[in-house]
Design a protein around this ligand. Sequence first.
Ligand code: GTP
Ligand code: MG
Length: 451
Amino acid sequence: MNDSRETIYALASGPGRAGIAVYRLSGPKAKDILTALIGVLPKPQRASLRTLRDPKDGDILDQAVVLWHPGPASFTGEDVAELHIHGSVAVGNRLLDILATFSECRPALAGEFARRAFHAGKLDLAEIEGIADLVDAETEFQRRQAVRQMGGEQSRLYDSWRSRLLHALAMMEAALDFPEEDDVADHDLVPEIVGQVKSLAAEFAAHLDDKNRGERLRDGVRVVIAGSPNAGKSTLLNALAKRDAAIVSNLAGTTRDIIQVDLDLGGYPVTLVDTAGLGDTEEEIEQEGIRRAEKAISGADIVLYLEDAALATGRIPNEISGCADHLIVHSKCDLVDKTAPGSVFKVDGRENLRLSIHNDWNIEALENWLCAAAARLCGQGESAGITQARHRESLQASLDGLREFLENPLQPMEISAENLRQAALQLGRITGRVDVEDLLDVVFSKLCIGK
Ligand SMILES: Nc1nc2c(ncn2[C@@H]2O[C@H](COP(=O)(O)OP(=O)(O)OP(=O)(O)O)[C@@H](O)[C@H]2O)c(=O)[nH]1
Ligand SMILES: [Mg+2]
């Protein structure tokens, strides 16, 4: 699958009609193919305008900006060519047809350029995931977070922890390797190792105790609009989405199914969820709608609980009051208030807001409240936090190994060393640097100087 003797090619820009489409080739034949298409190679790393021709009959395919990146100073570490052709379906298809005629040259598999970059040591796994997140980023704070990860901020943190861990492990190995120097191992080295491992464990635990902010920012914040039937939930969804995503009517029980809209709310990725009105009903479909609404509420990060201001009971269902972040919204205030109401206020420690979509009262205040709640939940991508469940699992497994070590560092030293080795291995999985032995050799050889 990852046979780097083969040259791979793919459209690197988006599919469909566009001003320019970028095709990329990587592998040992990139140079020959580029030469066959344009004649003389351009200077490395310089954009050059060239005529692309079909090597078979010299037929002109397009005028293209061409870049030549000889390995190893390229994205994949291999010879890479980039063709910026006009982005029509016809030009793209003809280019692909021509590329397919070269031997040992084939379309790239998903992620294959990045895979080659990883194997060439150009990027680690966390950095590659950062690139993928950047390509998928839909909001400003998602972009910020992904850029940091792509730039290696997380990797540097995990690598620095890993080398400290390997240092502790090397000392453990040293103790194991020189049993005749047992005194040194037990009385001098072990307290120092324990100290190092303790501070690492504390740093890991603090890093894990982040309320999943990075993952939330990456995946989006779920905001569920719930409340009594006919309270104006769907009207609010449409107002926030700035389009008619949900049906609105003056009949109670209009919304039955879950309706979702993805939004960029001030840089935060938000999934707004409209639900069926909560309340007693004999109607079977409405009952199912309510079950779905309750499920949505239990999976929400934030709940906006709507009550018609004219009918407000002040009773908040338990599932809402138990939810970490919620706002009680008194809707349709224009029916009871003569003038625009004030902003967020507290009743029994709970935040409330009087709202009228029809009179445009407090919609901005509601958006600001949502942004502040999203900021509390997911931050602004400002620190090198955990962004993926995969990283969290590895870091947690690594911390478990450290804790096992700390429980009894003087258990047979081989077992203690194995706990540390496993912890380092788990940490290495985040960036893909799992070759513990290599680094161990380096650290260990330093320790052994003069012995
Ligand atoms: N006066 C006034 N009417 C509103 C306001 N917001 C919504 N309405 C009206 O209230 C009625 C119900 O609105 P919906 O948005 O369908 O209410 P809902 O909560 O989604 O209702 P269900 O889906 O049936 O539970 C509609 O006639 C809306 O036009 C408002 O701010 N002021
Ligand atoms: Mg509705």
